[in-house]
Design a protein around this ligand. Structure first.
Ligand code: PGA
Length: 249
């Protein structure tokens, strides 16, 4: 449970959906009921941001899954945070493990994207997390601290930052980190923030967990002191997402 931090649940639709399936998601989000004490944000593919924004209830915010580091210009195939904002989205996810490991995004690029999106007025959900071989080699916190440092070096104002801890081995695999495993890392990230940034930022910044979060495991995870919400992939496309939004109730 997050103390006085507001619970935050993000739905990352990844490269899924079409207008018809988005209509179905909008329908179950409208039915809810959605806990008003939770910040709720869904991230459709870029091309459906406007369509999703138009359909979703006003208390569900919309995010982009990525964005570039420039306002505009000759960057074929890229999308600016200003365009994302123009379509009514208010958040962006940066450094998702699929961007880092499939598209080869570096810590530095993720940090630049995070900074530019914040400067453009978006809230940002930077993602960090270790791969299975890194966990097995006891490098979990080395990897996360390195990813955190790159991001933290570029952030001045933390008020619109929500950190997502997503162990790569738990994403889309059905293998959730146990509540204890997740809590252990969340606690260490918060301690890192306290030591490196400030006690105030450590206390106020939400750290959410992602990786095979489902209706059946969300309540146990939500009980942990340093787990302030979730970033949900597969289950955010299904009606059980409502249950996850309400996990802290
Ligand atoms: P998953 O994805 O819930 O399908 O494991 C989580 C994520 O990648 O954000």
């Amino acid at each position: 449970m997050p103390g006085d931090r507001k619970f935050f649940v993000g739905g990352n639709w990844k490269m899924n959906g079409d207008k018809k399936s988005i209509d179905d998601i909008v329908a179950f989000m409208k039915t809810g009921p959605l806990n008003s004490n939770t910040d709720i944000v869904v991230a459709p593919p870029y091309c459906y941001i406007q369509y999703s924004r138009d359909g979703l209830p006003a208390n569900v915010e919309v995010a982009a899954q990525n964005c570039y580091t420039e306002k505009s210009g000759a960057f074929t195939g890229e999308i600016s945070p200003l365009m994302v904002k123009d379509l009514g989205a208010t958040w962006v996810i940066t450094g998702h493990s699929e961007r880092r490991h499939i598209m080869g995004e570096s810590d530095e690029l993720v940090a630049q994207k995070t900074r530019f999106a914040l400067d453009s007025g978006l809230g940002v959900v930077p993602c960090v997390g270790e791969k299975l071989e890194e966990r097995e080699a006891n490098q979990t916190m080395d990897v996360i601290n390195r990813q955190m440092k790159a991001i933290a070096d570029k952030i001045e104002d933390w008020s619109k930052v929500v950190i997502a801890y997503e162990p790569v081995w738990a994403i889309g695999t059905g293998k959730t980190a146990s509540p204890e495993q997740a809590q252990e890392v969340h606690e260490k990230i918060r301690a890192w923030l306290a030591n490196t940034v400030s006690a105030d930022v450590a206390k106020k910044t939400r750290i959410i967990y992602g990786g095979s979060v489902k209706g059946s495991n969300c309540k146990e995870l939500a009980k942990k002191e340093d787990i302030d919400g979730f970033l949900v992939g597969g289950a955010s496309l299904k009606p059980e997402f409502v249950e996850i939004v309400n996990a802290a109730s």
